[in-house]
Design a protein around this ligand. Sequence first.
Ligand SMILES: *Cc1c(COP(=O)(O)O)cnc(C)c1O
Length: 400
Amino acid sequence: MKKTQKLIAMEDKFGAHNYHPLDIVIKKAEGVWVEDVEGKRFMDFLAAYSAVNQGHCHPRLLKVLRRQAAKVCLTSRAFRNDQLPLFCKEVCELTGFDKVLPMNSGAEAVETAIKAARKWGEKVKGIKKDKAEIIVCEDNFHGRTTTIVGFSTEDQYKDGFGPFTPGFKIIPFGDAKALEAAITKNTAAFLVEPIQGEAGINVPPKGFLKQAAALCKRNNVLLIADEIQSGLGRTGKLFAFEHDGIRPDGVIIGKALSGGFYPVSAFLTSEEVMGVFNPGDHGSTFGGNPLGMAVAREALQILVDEKLVENSNKLGPWFMEELGKIKSKSIKQIRGKGLWVGVVLNRPARPYCEALMREGMLCKETHENVIRFAPPLVITRKELSLALKSVKKVFKELDG
Ligand SMILES: *Cc1c(COP(=O)(O)O)cnc(C)c1O
């Protein structure tokens, strides 16, 4: 039996079947390239859902991880460590927010934002106890905890997992009128992805975020942007909300915050909102640990030093334009921002992803009929050209 089949059979036998991965078993990676256990090389056009914007196994991250791991990895927040203060200062200075609370996975940072918003609603805005509401959007993706899937509109994400946390209202994504109608005196926050990633790189109508920001301001409602996937350069700006010239009251980051080396996420907000947390209110054993903080500091510095946000902004539109030149009866729409492109098909996207894999390009379908292209932001024009050749070939094959 080939190595690949052996490992897949082993995983299928002993592992939970909560994913439907493409049948490639990766053993190593560097930059935009990954290599499987058979020695075949592929270009990674998913970048671990944008967690490896800095490219796989970035040498600077490897160096920092090794150095820090040899010193101290975990202190817990019962004691202080010498990396957390520097991370806090650097991430606040880079993003322009007053305060940060580091966690591990993205979902935990979303939970942190939800707790902060509710508590702010009660203690600062004056909403009655246990009445605070948070407005979210249809087709949202904010993670997989029971509270978060409770306000998902994806049936499968919820099926069998109830009962769910109350206090969430759902409006259509991109509909400012619906947002206005949904706001009551009990509304604490509007939680939104500036561009919906898992929904298929869903870009809202122009001006939506600006209108939402104005409505939130007028009604004393917190605007919280989930930039776990859209943030840190993916769309050609540090944050996707910058395209609309707004500043939310809070932002949630994760994924690329650690360049794929270690789970680090964070909630960033104002002095006033973060001020609702008192010692003992919230926490995490691993949150803010020195190993994660050292890695995250370096991951952010790499984004700046290597001008990865600029690269996304420069190459993204060109890549999208080139994709647009493909003549295919199966393409319905091409949408996105920066190096984040969704190709919407009028048929299932999975066969296209499987064909692209055979051509040496790894992508994953999202929402049945969308191919998502999200390569590491270190990708070059030359590598994108190579990818375009494969994409053209696959469309020719599968359309015919
Ligand atoms: C991935 C993602 C999350 C969840 O992050 P995890 O690290 O998987 O918990 C939340 N929100 C958005 C927008 C995401 O893309």
